[in-house]
Design a binder for this molecule. Structure first.
Ligand SMILES: NC(=O)c1ccc[n+]([C@@H]2O[C@H](COP(=O)([O-])OP(=O)(O)OC[C@H]3O[C@@H](n4cnc5c(N)ncnc54)[C@H](O)[C@@H]3O)[C@@H](O)[C@H]2O)c1
Length: 285
């Protein structure tokens, strides 16, 4: 006999179609983590509206999802431009007056600038591509989400927003800003039926972070780089995003989940295949 589920816990009608009948908005859905999220959400029955800056990437993801029977519409849109976000939202909402899921996925660590030689121009660039659009897109879809009875927002930041990142502290600060916005908005919006959570990726093969090309010949190092001992794939990220977007996580809000193969949990400890133990000051790996 299965346990009785209280009536205010949303029922899961079909575990293979966790987003059936829902409208999901995804930014940067053309390739990488965003494309995997688009494809998995469509597979789970969502109609997906995608904002993508690159027309060819938009065309390909739309064709791929349609080829597998999914429902999708792409919009060529630069989300760092608040005016373009307004046009995008108006176009989506004209056809779908309420949305149930929003994924703010766009972000980039490039171009890297070293803080001691950086200036307002590079800080502004990091702000626009990693944080500003999260505010703009969320603001544009929040009221329609509340009007439709609530929904789920999933932000994509980085494990670098959750630990010390020496490479570019400004990038780390912007990602940490997305993480803080996630928890703050979650507390404010819970009573309106909107849950807000985020994933913090690391070590995931995408066009932006191309491990297969740039770390070629170093495959044996994964044993040391990630506690789970392997490279991550966009699908790994998309599965956690699906959990956070669906009713599986109905009682989860305000959380930032590292999806990183354990790199954050491992902290400064690395597995040394030669020494056969974890080391925090590796001499040889
Ligand atoms: N891959 C990783 O290991 C990793 C690690 C940490 C954080 N992240 C974060 O995950 C998210 C996705 O990363 P990814 O590696 O899949 O990136 P990616 O660059 O491979 O893909 C990003 C997608 O967003 C689109 N895009 C870029 N700028 C845009 C804009 N202004 N407007 C609309 N679309 C735009 C791109 O054309 C592309 O389709 C980003 O926020 C990134 O910072 C990824």
């Amino acid at each position: 006999m299965s346990a009785q589920v209280p009536e205010n816990v949303p029922p899961i009608a079909d575990w293979n179609r966790l987003l059936d009948g829902r409208v999901a908005v995804v930014t940067g859905g053309g390739v990488g983590i965003g494309a995997a999220i688009v494809s998995l959400f469509a597979q789970h029955g969502a109609h997906v509206e995608v904002a993508e800056i690159d027309p060819e990437r938009a065309r390909v993801v739309e064709a791929d999802v349609r080829a597998t029977g999914g429902s999708i519409r792409t919009h060529v849109c630069d989300v760092t431009d608040p005016g373009a976000v307004e046009v995008f939202a108006a176009t989506v909402l004209a056809e779908h007056p309420t949305v149930q899921v929003l994924v703010n996925n766009v972000g980039d660590y490039r171009p890297i600038s070293r803080f001691r030689t950086s200036g307002p121009e590079s800080w502004q660039g990091m702000f626009e591509v990693n944080l500003l659009h999260v505010f703009a897109v969320t603001r544009a879809f929040l009221d329609p989400m509340i009007a439709g009875g609530g929904g789920a927002i999933v932000n994509v930041h980085s494990v670098e927003g959750m630990r010390g990142y020496p490479g570019d502290p400004v990038y780390g600060a912007m990602k940490a800003g997305v993480a803080a916005f996630t928890t703050d908005l979650a507390v404010a919006m819970g009573r309106h039926g909107v849950r807000v959570n985020a994933i913090g990726p690391d070590l995931t093969q995408t066009p932006q972070v191309d491990y297969l090309t740039n770390w070629q010949g170093l495959e044996h190092m994964w044993e040391s780089w990630a506690p789970v001992g392997r490279l991550g794939w966009p699908e790994d990220q998309a599965r956690v995003a699906l959990f956070l977007a669906s009713d599986l996580s109905a009682f989860v809000t305000g959380h930032n989940i590292p999806v990183d193969g354990g790199s954050k949990a491992g902290g400064g400890w690395f597995w040394s295949p030669t020494e056969k133990r974890f080391v925090n000051r590796p001499r040889t790996l």
